[in-house]
Design a binder for this molecule. Sequence first.
Ligand code: M6R
Length: 364
Amino acid sequence: EKGGYEHFMLKEMYEQPKAIADTLSPRIQDGKIEIEELGMTDEDIRAIKKINIVACGSAYHAGLTGKYVMEGMARIPVEVDMASEFRYRDPIIEEGTLVVIISQSGETADSLAALREAKQKGAKVLGIVNVVGSSIAREADSVMYTWAGPEIAVATTKAYSCQLIALYLLAVKFARAKGKITDTQMAELIEDLKKIPDQVEMLLGNQEKIQKFANRYLAAKDVFFIGRGIDYAISMEGSLKLKEVSYIHSEAYAAGELKHGTISLVEEGTLVAAVLTQEDLYKKMISNMVEVRSRGAFVLAVTQEGNDEVTKASDYVIYIPNTNKYFTNSLAIIPLQLFGYYIAVGRGCDVDKPRNLAKSVTVE
Ligand code: M6R
């Protein structure tokens, strides 16, 4: 059933190009984005004043990326909450608020409770869900399915990747409906979206290189992930992947926050993974990398092809192919997933079923 792969996690990582294509292609028709299941006209979209994204774990991280993309492209204010916080904080839901609940399983107790709380306060709720017919899918006003197929490994990979795609589709659609992008810009964005499956495939081909690199860090005590903007969101997901399967302590920091405390933890040999895919932030990131390196950190950089400056501030570089600045998370996550996976394999961990974790958290 693992189709020749050693673990479900590995199999599911390799299923990502197909999962992404399956989530994307039915929603691109005649050069336009069609999300029928949304049940919203362009006029309805223009009436959205605020979006609240609510989720747990990796789905929450997808939501954080969604915030940068939606606000950047469609200029709609977005708040992102962990479901366990949202449901108890008496959130302000006014006329024109769209609540988006993201969940692979559709059964996460806190996310389901947050959905009910939002509905009770009068919000329209959209679910981005992977499991067809699950509780969240049934109770939401509308459901946009991620077509990742069954995900078995506790650590999510392909469902997370499809959540990002669903959020990009919504952002482009909303941006167009609100007149924030032109038809030509939309066509370019769609072209970039269509390239993602092949680009992910190509990045998965780096497997051996990443395994070799991971084997050097099997005894790491702490790993820090740093990034700015959208790359901070992906740092959080990269850090979660590593810690949940390998049991190595890791944290993600907004790179600009390092100086406000965390940098005191960096010692000779500490591994710092720096994600820098946003051209306008390269310089700022490079100076943060120089700072940690001068304190002895070993810096692994994940950046876009063409960023040659990066080599002067890092010890090891993984390049991702060029794409629109809003879509880089879909590519940057691939080496980070592989890194977490191979560290866990090298340490002999139970990769598909990490200790203390369950695939679907149905208790609070
Ligand atoms: O089924 P859900 O998407 O609602 O699950 C949310 C989290 O429990 C889940 O993403 C968890 O953080 C994963 N183990 C991360 O790999």
